[in-house]
Design a protein around this ligand. Sequence first.
Ligand code: ADP
Ligand code: MG
Length: 246
Amino acid sequence: MPEIVVEGVSKTLGGMLTLGGVNLKAGDRDFAGILGPSGCGKSTLFNIISGLMRPDQGRVYIDGLDVTGRTGRVSYMRQKDLLLPSLNIVENVSIPLALKGMPKKRACAQAAAHFKQFGLDGFEKYYPSQLSGGMRQRAAMLRTYLFSSDILLLDEPFASLDAITKRKMQAWLIEVFNAISPTVMYITHDVDEALYLCDRIYVLSACPTVVKLEITVPFCRPPHGRTIVDREYGVIRDKVMEALEI
Ligand SMILES: Nc1ncnc2c1ncn2[C@@H]1O[C@H](COP(=O)(O)OP(=O)(O)O)[C@@H](O)[C@H]1O
Ligand SMILES: [Mg+2]
C-alpha cells in the first residue's frame, strides 16, 4: 500500500541548514497537507521525496522500501509546472507515457481516455495558450497522474488561480481524488485550502525547518459544503495560524 515516510531528513542549501530533521508521513490514500513559511524548504522536501535531490541525512520510504535519492516511484507536479507551448494538450499530457517508451499514438489515446474525468473533454487539440488557467492546471495534473497514479506530490498547484477558479478546482479535485483514491502530499500556503482538502496537516517551522504542528482534520470529505459552520473549524484554523505565526 502506498505509504510515504520521511524520516529525519535534513539538507543544507547554499551554506544554510534548510531542512533540520523533518519527520512526516502520508498513509495509504491520505491527503496530507504541508504548510510553512516561504523559503522554509517545502519544495526542497518534495525534491527529496521524489528522489530528485538527496538529503544530507535521513531517509525516504515508500511502501516500506528505502527510495532515498531514487526517482520514478512518485508523480511530482512541481511549483511552476508548465505545459510545453508547442505541443497540444493531448501531446503534453501523454509525455510521461511516451517517456516510458509507449508509442506516441497509443500514449495519446491512453491520455485522451482520461480527458473527460479531468474536465478537458473536447480540448485535446488545443494548445496551452488557448486554455484557461484552471484548465492548464487540470492538464498538468492529468500529466502528473499518468506518470504514476497512486502517489502524487503537488506543489502549490492552484496558487496562481483567482479565488473563484481556485474554489472550483478544489471541489473538482476532491471529486476526482474520491474516484481515483491516490495518496497525496499537497503543499499550499493557503490555510483554508489545507483545511478544505486535507485529512492531515503538517505545519513546518522557519529554517532550520522541522515539523512544528501535526494536525488531523476532523471534517470528512467532501467537507463543509458552501459555508464553514462547524465550530471546531475556527479552533483548528487558529491553531494552524498560530503555528505559522500569522
Ligand atoms: N538548489 C539550491 N541551492 C541553494 N539554495 C537553494 C536551492 N534551492 C532552494 N534554495 C534555497 O533554499 C530555501 C528553501 O527553498 P524552497 O524549498 O524553494 O522553499 P519553499 O518551497 O518552502 O518556499 C530558500 O531559501 C531557497 O532560496
Ligand atoms: Mg516552494
